[in-house]
Design a protein around this ligand. Structure first.
Ligand code: AMP
Length: 114
């Protein structure tokens, strides 16, 4: 039993709309989508944030990026354009302390973000 929300999704204790998975990573729809396509890519193992993944297990970070690219293709936003976001830490706006990459697309995305 863990109090990490995304670990509980990996364990199947909390339902999620899973769109793709690999041996070590999972992709599921964000519960509060900010765009027509809004999918989160997470490692199955717990890491606090994306820099922690790349420091501890660079191959896993690469696997997450490859899964994000696959999700973009399968969701139809690889060609139209999309955005990968890894909010990190307090000022980065990270609200869940389990590494995740947002895959956003399906509408024009402004810059800079708010
Ligand atoms: P961040 O603010 O970058 O840490 O992103 C965390 C994201 O997790 C937010 O976009 C939330 O909407 C999303 N989220 C929180 N709880 C769930 C859940 N149970 N299922 C899917 N997405 C969630």
């Amino acid at each position: 039993m863990t109090d990490c929300l995304f670990c509980r999704i990996v364990a199947g204790e909390i339902p999620a709309d899973v769109v793709a998975r690999t041996d070590r990573a999972l992709a599921f729809r964000d519960i509060q989508p900010q765009a027509p396509v809004h999918v989160l890519v997470i490692p199955a193992d717990h890491h606090a944030d994306v820099p922690a993944v790349s420091g501890a297990d660079p191959a896993l970070a690469a696997e997450m990026l490859a899964l994000a690219a696959r999700v973009a293709r399968e969701e139809g936003v690889a060609e139209t354009g999309h955005r990968l976001v890894a909010n990190t830490g307090l000022e980065g706006g990270q609200s869940v302390s389990h590494a995740h990459i947002h895959v956003l697309g399906g509408r024009p995305l402004g810059w800079p973000p708010g």
